[in-house]
Design a binder for this molecule. Sequence first.
Ligand code: PBG
Length: 323
Amino acid sequence: MNFPDYRPRRLRKTENFRRMIRETGLSVDDLVCPLFVTHGRGVKNPISSMPGNFQMSIDNLVREVKKIKDSGIPAIMLFGIPEAKDEEGSGAWAEDGVIQQAVRKIKDKVADILVITDVCLCEYTNHGHCGVLDGSEVDNDATLEVLARTALSHALAGADMVAPSAMMDGQVCAIREMLDNAGYQDTPIMAYSAKYASCFYGPFREAAQGVPQFGDRRSYQMDPPNSREAIREIALDIEEGADIIMVKPALPYLDIIRRARDEFDLPIAAYNVSGEFSMIKAADKLGWLDGEKAMMESLVSIKRAGADIIITYFAREAAELLR
Ligand code: PBG
């Protein structure tokens, strides 16, 4: 049927028609809110490039998590800023590390919200790379043991799910094995499977203080022009035991989310990263676009591309509008 018999505009005429034929829904159930936790007490440092986001000490963090839970968001994801960094990143797996303490406290004080932890070393190493160094290279295999130990320390503290983001080969397998051996066979892994070496992480690196002190992450994170390679990375993580796969960043990589959706049946998470958030906030502040509308359009587009879960700094604002 063609024009003039078929007129697509007929079903766009009113909001009720549009509601009735809407193909994609966005819900508060889809959202994960990332949070930055630091040492000390009474700390709530604004992150200048990410308006509305803070580095918080555990006391303030617990208050924030309660509010997030009350807004209906089902999960948070924690990033830690340790008091001290060292060559190997030992703060990442310390029993009294900032994440381990934060997880215990949240589990003690806030009922019924999922606590996901990022498993990586870049916030904990003095060189800012995501693994153990051998000269100026990140040593893949030596890093696996350290990542697994870190994931286990999070599980021991009570984390509901661990999310390895270091992009080391074999990291999901190493973590799965260590968790299983310690009796945490029921703790799921959300794998940052297709994580690109992206400039859109810029604001996050200020927030989490994990800037590499030399070089960049292109020897372990993926090259932005590659798409088939993302499918291979995801397939490997699934074979290694990932429960949820992730594509990161989200908006510049919607094609990767769509390909993953078509090829795999695991739940897909998309990470709407710091730069994607900050761009919209900056444009809104300049009056160049409507930040709220840009937020909602971005989030629903990530869903439309095929994501089930969206990790986003917009979670709290979006939850308000979705209630
Ligand atoms: C740690 C990590 C990063 C992000 C999430 N986990 C930074 C990086 O890889 O450089 C980025 C998140 C964001 O930009 O919002 N490896």
